[in-house]
Design a protein around this ligand. Structure first.
Ligand code: AMP
Length: 212
């Protein structure tokens, strides 16, 4: 199973990705998580990407394509993959298509998670991420928000620097301009599955799984 997950920042890609990869036992490839880990570990790639991520801008395509190449090469024996946060623009989508052609493999589906802009802003401003395991939580789900810890591993929950309102606005602008056109691109390739991303997490997962 080879999948791409599309959706605006905060649409629930990370949360749904985790459930879908568990169901099909495929690799979860999140370019955002990879970049955040590189930045945290202060690697060369992390230093190159840091300011773009901090400002909510797209990291240069060349760096992203290198990441994807490495991930695909390392995971060739796996049962498949789910791309979360990649591709992010038409150039990446076309390069990805060429890469898959060379490897002789095809995508099965591109799932677009549809959520309104108001809901996205509400979700992103209350989103927290585990510093240790990248688990995604909503701070409103905890009684004591101040001392809340990751329910999966007990790690510290932090607010992503790019989840500040000013950066959220930039990320949504980038999404509208660069990433949203991928919906039509993959629709034209007969790969698009559009699902409603509102409601309970499990309901959204069910909607996605119905198509897979
Ligand atoms: P995400 O966790 O997917 O929201 O990504 C966080 C940030 O990482 C984005 O705002 C970008 O700065 C960067 N990023 C992640 N994936 C990509 C990509 N495919 N192309 C360019 N930049 C990316």
């Amino acid at each position: 199973m080879r999948l791409v997950l599309l959706g605006a920042p905060g649409a629930g890609k990370g949360t749904q990705a985790k459930k879908i990869v568990q169901r099909f036992k495929i690799s979860h490839i999140s370019t955002g998580n990879i970049l955040r880990n590189e930045i945290k570990n202060d690697t060369e790639l992390g230093r190159k990407a840091g300011n773009f991520v901090k400002e909510g801008k797209l990291v240069p395509d060349e760096l992203i394509i290198e990441i994807i190449k490495k991930e695909l090469e390392g995971k060739q024996s796996d049962k498949g993959f789910l791309m979360d946060g990649f591709p992010r623009n038409l150039k990446q989508a076309k390069m990805f298509g060429d890469m898959l052609d060379l490897l002789g493999i095809k995508l099965d589906s591109v799932i677009n998670i549809d959520v309104s802009k108001d809901e996205i802003i509400k979700r992103l401003t209350s989103r927290r991420i585990c510093h240790s395991c990248n688990n995604i939580c909503n701070i409103n789900n905890f009684k004591d928000a101040e001392s809340a810890k990751c329910p999966e591993c007990g790690g510290d929950l932090i607010k992503r620097k790019d989840d500040e309102l000013k950066v959220i606005t930039e990320r949504l602008n980038v999404y509208e301009k660069e990433t949203k056109p991928l919906i039509d691109y993959y629709r034209e390739h007969n790969l698009l599955v559009n699902i409603d991303g509102t409601g309970m997490e499990n309901q959204v997962t069910e909607r996605a799984l119905k198509h897979l």
